[in-house]
Structures are given as C-alpha cells and as structure tokens.
Design a protein. Structure first.
Length: 102
C-alpha cells in the first residue's frame, strides 16, 4: 500500500506490505517529503528508473521538531533535494541510494 501521510509532525511517503510469514502488514518505508508547488507541481514522488535501478524519487524534507527550551535545530543536509529509493531484497525494505542528479 502506498500512502501519502499528512500528519501534525510532517508529510510522509509510507509504503506497507503484507508479510505472510508474520501474517501482518509491515512498514517498508516512511520518508518525509515536501510539496514544492501545490498548484503547478511537480508531484513530490516520481516512480522511475535511475542508474539502472527501479524505484522512486522523493522531494525530501525532514521537519524540524523542537527539543525543548534552548533547543537549536540542526538542519538536515538532505532537505529540499530529490532523493532516490529502491527495493533492497535482503533487508526487505526501500533504501535510500542518494541524491538524484539530472
């Protein structure tokens, strides 16, 4: 199941699947994203082939969550970049490959 999650803590791409050995749904990824322009796009996710791998790119944006009085945010250097993810059969989840360079 592919889901856009719009939560109070941020926006997330969530992919879950059914694991017959566990007889349960399992989380394959939960990736924070941002919508660049709600009217003109692009969409925050694009399924594609990149460097010979099947997967998808996400416009990555990790929300800052305050840690209390005097907390100073440490910005995520991946913020506001397109990141590519592909399926890792050994780990049985989607893994980040890196920034999409076009």
């Amino acid at each position: 199941m592919f889901v856009y999650g719009f939560f109070g803590r941020g926006f997330f791409i969530i992919i879950r699947g059914y694991d017959a050995t566990q007889d349960n749904f399992v989380l394959y990824c939960e990736i924070p994203f941002e919508i660049i322009d709600p009217k003109k796009g692009p969409a925050p996710v694009e399924f594609m082939t990149y460097n010979g791998m099947y997967g998808f790119k996400v416009y990555y944006s990790n929300p800052e969550v305050a840690g209390g009085l005097g907390w100073v945010p440490n910005p995520d250097p991946k913020n506001n970049t397109w990141r590519f993810y592909t399926w890792d059969a050994e780990q049985r989840k989607y893994v980040e490959i890196g920034e999409v360079i076009e």
